[in-house]
Design a protein around this ligand. Structure first.
Ligand code: NAP
Length: 301
């Protein structure tokens, strides 16, 4: 069983239908050799797209992945690497940063990409996302940085993360190429993007959103408050012959008409293997709405 491939916007790029997220990479405590093995195994399952960011792993995650990829340089040709910039967090790697903030200045974006490329040991990113809409964002300045990165070939495609529809429109209005995605949280326990216009915009512009934290960072599976939701997910899993409630959650996310690409957050290959089977699960409209109701505790009006 291998996941399919999907064009995330009419102009590309083509990504795997599910994406492997590397936010928790350092928690997995893998040696470079073990990490290489993990990458090879998820690539075998069809997950060739990797989601990363400059900040992940306290600014050490990209270098950790880069060290693993260095052990088998030709693997890079099979991968699509996504990274992000624009969020600045206090760390020993950012001695000038005293308060978490966003920085979308051109110089910061360009320097951040150079650092990501060097840490990852690659000459290009397949996709760069602005991690958050900087409240002090000057759209013309971001557009100049994005345009320069695209022209230089350092970044093949550009997009955003956690943007509101109006923030997206503002930045898009300054670009002469399309933003190819908006990466947002989508989960039964985080349905805001479904109703606030974010996913409508995605359909309108014909790009696919990338869906992060589909399991709420794991809380959907653990928190007592979500027990009623888990009960309904378990009933639906039986009805559709799914092996786990995680598969049902992923099928629920993928059923949205904007075709979100779920980003998996697990570092356990057996969980990845089980997750990819969610692509074959078809929920009925009423099953989808039962899950929505169980998560929100109320019916549609
Ligand atoms: N753009 C943004 O601002 C943003 C925000 C958040 C995340 N992201 C991206 O989205 C990715 C996924 O986010 P996330 O880590 O919050 O995802 P998630 O799928 O909601 O949560 C993953 C967590 O759930 C745990 N888990 C427990 N049982 C599991 C099971 N059966 N299957 C899968 N996971 C299970 C995992 O632990 P184990 O490892 O032990 O399985 C892991 O700690 C990140 O790596 C990152 O690339 C982006």
């Amino acid at each position: 069983m291998s996941v399919s491939r999907i064009l995330i916007s009419p102009e590309g790029p083509q990504f795997s239908r599910m994406v492997m997220g590397y936010c928790r990479l350092l928690e997995w405590q893998m040696s470079p050799q073990q990490l290489l093995g993990f990458v090879e195994q998820h690539v075998e399952l069809g997950l060739t797209t990797l989601d990363h960011a400059d900040t992940y792993g306290d600014y050490g995650g990209e270098a950790a992945l880069g060290q693993a990829l260095k052990l088998k340089p030709r693997l890079r040709e099979q991968l699509q690497i996504v990274s992000k910039c624009g969020m600045v967090l206090p760390s020993e790697h950012t001695p000038q940063c005293h308060v978490p903030h966003y920085n979308s200045e051109k110089a910061h974006i360009l320097a951040s990409v150079d650092k990501s490329l060097s840490n990852l040991g690659t000459d290009h990113l397949d996709l760069l996302l602005l991690h958050r809409a900087d409240l002090l964002m000057n759209a013309d300045e971001v557009a100049r940085a994005f345009t320069q990165l695209k022209r230089s070939g350092k970044v093949r495609h550009l997009g955003v993360s956690s943007f509101t529809p109006s923030q997206f429109e503002l930045l898009q209005s300054r670009l002469d190429f399309p933003l190819v995605t908006n990466q947002v949280q989508i989960s039964p326990i985080r349905q805001q993007a479904i109703t606030d216009g974010t996913l409508d915009q995605s359909q309108q512009h014909q790009f696919k959103p990338m869906a992060c934290s589909c399991l709420g960072g794991g809380s959907l599976l653990k928190a007592p408050v979500h027990q009623p939701l888990r009960d309904v997910l378990a009933q639906v899993a039986l009805e559709v012959d799914a092996a786990s409630i995680v598969q049902v959650v992923l099928a629920w996310v993928m059923m949205l008409p904007s075709h979100p690409l779920p980003i998996l957050g697990t570092g356990r290959i057996e969980r990845v293997r089980q997750a990819v089977q969610a692509e074959n699960i078809v929920l009925s409209r009423q099953q989808w709405y039962r899950i929505r109701r169980a998560a929100l505790g109320r019916d549609v009006d």
